[in-house]
Design a protein around this ligand. Structure first.
Ligand code: SF4
Length: 297
């Protein structure tokens, strides 16, 4: 059996670590802050459980820095603040100021910031906001927080047919933004339906470069193998990768750790593909490949 690894080495916009730009950059910021300031660093994060997994080998999160989504757990006298890669709602930023916390760095992904700017622009233009996104994505609370500050609601649309449930009339202005990790094919279908139903629509494509580059690699690999393993745990990118892979291959499996691999997935298969998601470092994918090879030897 041949194991084929999803190859990002020639893919523009994906760092050599295999991580997406946002996560790679946030890890570098956290490491720099630990080197510079030592102990007492706290990352406020929408997903504190995920922040340091990709940097396990660098020892990040073991000492000097912790991650939380509980502002009340932060001690202003002894801890200093960093915002995590997934950004922070305005209400959290305001509370940090009120608590007198010292902000050392903001590791929010630039694509997340870009998405917030697009949202603000559309709200300022008087648009009702429609977000094309999975219903459980962690970014929803952040975008709802921004809209709430301006007395607006955010309509979440995940599937084409949900466009018909938006409680707005044909001529009301609609501003559309996209979850950063949304698959462009789904995005196009929903957008067509929105343009059918509404007359005054403004669209900002806020999908991140990782979605635009990583998902075509999944499609390419899914088409050339008998079974494909998606190695990831993020609800955004990992789920999009599963969606894309399933569109092109009937044998798609997801693992969050090497121990999740099962020999029966590979029985009778000549070519097996494996590809990492945006928070899965390249070295973890290599470990999984070694395990697949030893399991099937
Ligand atoms: S997946 Fe995209 S939006 Fe999310 S952190 Fe990575 S680069 Fe940023």
């Amino acid at each position: 059996m041949e194991v084929i690894k999803g190859d990002y080495s020639q893919t523009k916009g994906i760092p050599r670590s295999g991580l997406c730009v946002g996560v790679h950059r946030a890890g570098a910021i956290h490491q720099k802050m630990v080197r510079k300031h030592g102990d007492g660093l706290v990352v406020w994060s929408l997903r504190p459980d995920l922040d340091f997994i990709a940097f396990e080998k660098d020892g990040l999160g073991v000492q000097g820095i912790r991650s939380t989504n509980d502002m009340d757990s932060i001690l202003p006298e002894s801890e200093r603040l960093i915002y995590g890669v997934r950004g922070a709602p305005p209400q959290i930023r305001k509370k940090a100021q009120e608590m007198g916390l010292e902000l050392l760095a903001d590791a929010t992904c630039p694509f997340v910031t870009q998405q917030e700017e697009a949202e603000l622009e559309l709200l300022e233009q008087g648009c009702h906001l429609v977000l094309l996104s999975s219903k459980t994505h962690h970014g929803i609370s952040r975008l709802r927080g921004i809209a709430k500050e301006r007395g607006r609601e955010v309509y979440i649309v995940e599937k084409e047919e949900e466009v018909d449930h938006i409680r707005l009339t044909r001529y009301e202005p609609i501003g559309v933004i996209v979850q950063t990790t949304f698959w462009i094919d789904t995005y196009k279908k929903i957008t067509v339906r929105i343009l059918d139903r509404f007359a005054n629509v403004r669209i900002r494509n806020t999908a991140c470069i990782d979605s635009l580059q990583r998902l075509p690699e999944v499609e390419k690999l899914a088409k050339q193998v008998d079974a494909i393993v998606i190695f990831g745990w993020t609800e955004g990118m990992t789920n999009r990768m599963l969606e894309v892979a399933r569109a092109f291959n009937p044998n798609v499996y997801k693992i969050e750790k090497v121990d999740d691999l099962r020999l029966e997935w590979f029985r009778g298969k000549e070519k097996v593909g494996i590809i990492g998601a945006n928070e899965t470092p390249d070295w973890m994918v290599d470990e999984a490949i070694e395990r697949i090879k030893s399991m099937s030897a």
